[in-house]
Design a protein around this ligand. Structure first.
Ligand code: UD1
Ligand code: UDP
Length: 358
């Protein structure tokens, strides 16, 4: 079996890490990096520390508006798909890299397989919602992280090719947690102690591109009693600077702004945090896996099971609500098992192997 995997943004490198490893035991993988993320701290660091094979192709697309970025990815990827003639194109998540590859594959010979199928925020303002819905509707094989994701697909008329595999990011965290505890020196480097700080990440367009929301988040985080360590996504750095909010956050007594960190350092930070405040998709799940209380700085989430389980609270972007949620210390309920058993990658590879390609 020849699989052409397409990655491009930070969370996709992490999702590909367990899958590539499982895939390469018995099959050929061609790894394509679209170049959507390109800073060392957003891309290179993950390939170095996770032993992901170097991409066979880097399309070098870089940043741009949605149309220009997606179109450029499609044009460059189309040539690679034509040359490589894989049996299947494998895509992850909901970024512009995902959609570009889905459109290319669906108009060429290979089958299309989607990891993280069936997730919905039901918010069409989110670029990711458009990307994930369109990708699911073009896919031949759909790997759902939960039964409810598979039910969502069924409700949209997609039944063929769906397997419930669990979440590949659970596989990744299980592999990284102990290594992170052994190898990462991030807590000592930042003078932090386990259980005595809050971790924060923000990058969602709805928060960075709306000054009122960004200000609410800045003021909410700045009100924390515990130190807040905040690895700043480049998009957010730009937005904080453009809106004049960077210095308000940087000058807040309890806030420590750092560059985006590598995966092992991030897992260590999340593992040790008293709680996390985030608008990331992946971080909400990872918090759950690592027993860390999560405040989600959004009004809705795709990962509804974490909210239903009582481990994740939707707080939006209002300073007063964030402040209250940071102080809430109601005990957390028992943790159910969500999103599989840590063998999603194996299940995905098994389903890819068994599929009857045209
Ligand atoms: C993208 C995804 C989002 C995902 C996120 C993960 C889309 C539409 N969005 O958002 O779903 O959650 O990645 O982090 O695909 N930049 C740099 N260096 C980099 C990368 C980006 O400086 O290496 C800056 C550029 O100014 C760029 C901006 O960040 O314009 C946004 O980057 P982009 O890849 O378009 O979207 P993200 O916000 O990263
Ligand atoms: N992450 C990281 N370093 C950071 C912030 C996040 O390694 O400084 C990891 C995190 O562990 C998770 C992934 O990046 O696996 C989440 O990516 P992001 O929040 O950028 O995107 P999303 O999941 O929202 O699409």
């Amino acid at each position: 079996l020849k699989v052409l995997s397409v990655v491009g943004a930070r969370p996709q490198f992490i999702k590909a890490f367990p899958v590539s490893d499982a895939l390469r035991r018995d099959h050929d993988e061609v790894l394509v990096h679209t170049g959507q993320h390109y800073d060392e701290s957003m891309s290179g660091v993950f390939f170095d520390e996770l032993d992901i094979p170097e991409p066979d192709y880097n399309l070098g697309v870089g940043s741009g508006g949605h149309a220009a970025q997606t179109a450029e990815m499609m044009t460059r990827l189309d040539a690679v798909v034509a040359d490589e003639a894989p049996d299947v194109v494998l895509v992850y998540g909901d970024t512009n890299s995902t959609l570009a590859a889905a459109l290319v594959a669906s108009k060429r010979e290979p089958a299309l397989a989607h990891v993280e199928a069936g997730l919905r925020s039901h918010n069409w303002e989110m670029p990711e919602e458009v990307n994930r819905v369109l990708t699911d509707h073009c896919s031949d094989l759909l790997f759902a992280p939960s039964e409810s994701a598979a039910e969502t697909l069924a409700a949209e008329g997609i039944r063929d090719g769906v397997s419930v595999t669990g979440d590949v990011q659970y596989d990744a965290v299980l592999r990284a947690r102990e290594t992170a505890r052994e190898r990462s020196s991030i807590l000592a480097d930042l003078d932090l102690r386990d259980g005595e700080y809050v971790l924060a990440t923000v990058h969602r367009a709805a928060n960075t591109d709306d000054r009122d929301r960004l200000e609410g988040i800045v003021d909410g985080l700045a009100s924390s009693e515990l130190p807040v360590v905040f690895p700043v996504h480049p998009r957010t750095e730009g937005a904080l600077e453009a809106s004049g909010l960077w210095s308000r956050l940087a000058d807040a007594e309890n806030v420590v702004l750092v560059e985006p960190v590598g995966y092992l350092d991030f897992v260590r930070l999340l593992d040790g945090a008293e709680r996390v405040a985030t608008d990331s998709g992946g971080v909400q799940k990872e918090a759950f896996y690592l027993d860390t209380r999560c405040l989600t700085l959004r009004d809705e989430t795709e990962w509804v099971e974490t909210v239903d389980a009582g481990w994740n609270v939707l707080v939006g972007a209002d300073a007063t609500a964030i402040r209250a949620a940071l102080a809430d210390d109601d005990p957390l309920p028992e943790k159910p098992s969500l999103y599989g058993d840590g063998s999603a990658a194996e299940r995905i590879v098994a389903a890819l192997s068994e599929y009857e390609y045209a």
